[in-house]
Write a protein that binds this ligand. Structure first.
Ligand SMILES: Nc1ncnc2c1ncn2[C@@H]1O[C@H](COP(=O)(O)OP(=O)(O)OP(=O)(O)O)[C@@H](O)[C@H]1O
Ligand SMILES: [Mg+2]
Length: 255
């Protein structure tokens, strides 16, 4: 579904150059909840932003559904972005628009007739469990409710892939569990492939079937979740596991 080949990304030039990603290779398969796990500054956001070309790779390829999209521009790029939804840590909602108008926004861009767009938005708000909040503004919602709006908006154009960059990092434990359950439901019932970026071991452990661990801009190990946790190979994953044990007193708390 998404194949990343020999991808590198360097920000800036000359003495200011900073290499955020080096020779990254990944294969996210259809139906995956694919985790990208790593500490702050590891390059997670850069990697996920390269997947929908919000950031241009310096070298390497991004292949979506067998098509090399690395050099996409114009209409091709716009269509790619509509088929790949994205949600963020800070929700990134339009503050001047109601909940309903946030969700209809991508449908307006794709010129869906107004009535049809509203119908679709209400259906999605029902799916994420906040239909009754359609006429509120984002500032009148809790963080968990705002993330539900963002999820509905990301799905509006029938996205088949959703990129989640630290989607639960601003939420408390209970709300995190609820949002992760919703993401699992979207994966299972709508067949949406998820790429979940996180620094939190518990999040990766709670929902991902496959995980890549990133450290210093390089993928240091990847594989099925159970295998990775049973036998962590990289110092980065061993450290994340040991830190998690210290914080949670040895018991693996869920999210
Ligand atoms: N626009 C930019 N210009 C220059 N350097 C950048 C830019 N964006 C990110 N970087 C650098 O690239 C590296 C990776 O950043 P990135 O945001 O991808 O990390 P991250 O894993 O998402 O971190 P966090 O968990 O804190 O969000 C960091 O050293 C960062 O300072
Ligand atoms: Mg980040």
């Amino acid at each position: 579904m998404i194949r990343i080949e020999h991808l590198s990304k360097t920000y800036g030039q000359g003495p200011d150059a900073h290499t955020a990603l080096s020779d990254v290779n990944l294969h996210v398969e259809a139906g995956d909840i694919f985790g990208i796990l790593g500490s702050s500054g590891a390059g997670k956001s850069t990697l996920v932003r390269c997947m929908n070309l919000l950031e241009r790779p310096t070298s390497g390829k991004v292949i979506v559904d067998g098509v090399d999209v690395t050099d996409f521009t114009g209409g091709d790029l716009t269509r790619l972005r509509t088929s790949v939804g994205m949600i963020f840590q800070n929700f990134s909602l339009f503050q001047q628009r109601t909940v309903l108008r946030n969700v209809t926004f991508p449908l307006e861009l794709s010129r869906t007739p107004r009535e049809q767009a509203e119908e679709r938005a209400l259906e999605l708000l029902g799916l994420v469990g906040i239909e009754e909040l359609a006429h509120r503004y984002p500032s009148q919602l809790s963080g968990g409710q705002q993330q539900r709006v963002a999820i509905a908006r990301a799905l509006a154009n029938e996205a088949k892939i959703m990129l989640c960059d630290e989607a639960t990092s601003a939420l408390d434990t209970k709300t995190t569990v609820a949002i992760l359950d919703l993401l699992k439901q979207i994966n299972r019932e709508l067949g949406v492939t998820l790429v979940v970026i996180t620094h939190a071991l518990t999040v990766a452990e709670a929902i991902c079937n496959r995980i890549a661990v990133i450290e210093g801009g390089r993928i240091v190990e990847q594989g099925p979740r159970a295998e990775l946790f049973a036998n962590p190979q990289s110092a980065a994953l061993q450290e994340l596991i040991s830190n998690n044990h210290q914080v949670h007193g040895g018991s693996r708390a869920r999210a």
